[in-house]
Design a protein around this ligand. Structure first.
Ligand SMILES: [Zn+2]
Length: 312
């Protein structure tokens, strides 16, 4: 077992650590954290894996990129140094903007690892169910199904709730094919995003959840021993914004993140401070609560959270 540590230059004046653990021949797993500066679960997960891998990695190589956005980390902001969402910039451009250059150098370094899998670690809201997110192979043509199946396999191996990204048209419109996992998938590298919140702080439970999820993915490549987490067996769910509240008020959810509801069921309500019901929020179709809005008081015309809705 060997461990090496080096610095990768993203643009002039910004270098990030790359920690590599090698346990002989075998597949390579790439694990990235803190792409969004205020999402620190992945960073803490990478650092804990850095101490644990020497005793648990049995074969192959794991390459950790603990923080892809150190300026955003210090400023506690989602965005990169130039105010852009780095996770919409891949594969990047060496002669482009600061974020585009950074994406290019991250991309080139990761591709040079010839990864069997790429796991990009993010954090959802303060009150969210942890999940694995599967991208859409919108640029893959006939290779689409095998690559999407491979990504789904990674997501199922995590043992977390599995969600699919938006349908193709919205997926392209929102630039998701330029997220790290979306660009990897569309360049034929199996990749997923893992979301476990809260943002801004390192929550012990969230880090433990993601360590277990990553460990199960590595175990699915026989790189370490499995922890016997059960696989996600539920319906095929798509990540969607929850319905919009029509009135400002206190949003009170009827379900905890991770709970399932039926089509048409009330999932929460908007109340005034004297108890008046200003709006009721109903499920558009059957599904599961992913996360709720992070503020108790919501303004009108605001989505009250994120849902996983059943997809046929
Ligand atoms: Zn994120």
């Amino acid at each position: 077992m060997t461990r090496t540590s080096r610095m990768l230059s993203l643009y002039r004046g910004c270098r990030v650590p790359v920690l590599t653990h090698t346990a002989g021949p075998g597949p390579t797993g790439v694990i990235a954290g803190n792409m969004h500066g205020d999402e620190t679960t992945g960073l803490a997960t990478c650092l804990r894996l850095d101490t644990q891998l020497p005793s648990i990695l049995r074969r192959g190589k794991v390459v950790l990129y603990p923080s892809l956005n150190p300026d955003g980390l210090r400023a506690m902001t989602r965005y990169f140094s130039d105010g852009v969402d780095l996770n919409r910039c891949f594969p990047g451009d060496d002669s482009g903007s600061i974020s585009s250059q950074a994406a290019h150098h991250i991309w080139t370094d990761m591709m040079g690892q010839q990864p069997a899998a790429v796991l990009d670690l993010h954090a959802d809201s303060a009150d969210a169910a942890p999940y694995a997110l599967v991208d859409r192979g919108v640029r893959l043509g006939p290779d689409r199904q095998p690559l999407e199946d491979a990504a789904l396999g990674l997501a199922q191996a995590t043992g977390l709730l599995v969600l699919w990204e938006d349908p193709d048209a919205e997926y392209i419109r929102y630039g998701m094919e330029h997220s790290l996992s979306g660009a990897m998938l569309n360049h034929r590298i199996p990749a997923i995003t893992i979301e476990a919140g809260p943002r801004r702080m390192v929550a012990h439970g969230a880090v433990s959840t993601v360590i277990r999820a990553v460990g199960e993915v590595l175990a699915s490549f026989d790189m370490m021993d499995p922890m016997s987490t059960t696989r996600w067996q539920g319906p095929r769910l798509r990540r969607c914004a929850a319905p919009t509240a029509q009135s400002a008020g206190v949003f009170v959810p009827d379900f905890a993140p991770g709970a399932f509801f039926d089509a048409g069921e009330q999932i929460g309500s908007v109340l005034g401070t004297s108890g008046a019901v200003l709006d009721r929020i109903f499920a558009p179709m059957a599904g599961c609560v992913i996360s709720w809005a992070e503020c108790g008081w919501i303004s009108g015309r605001t989505a009250v959270g994120t849902l996983g809705l059943e997809e046929n």
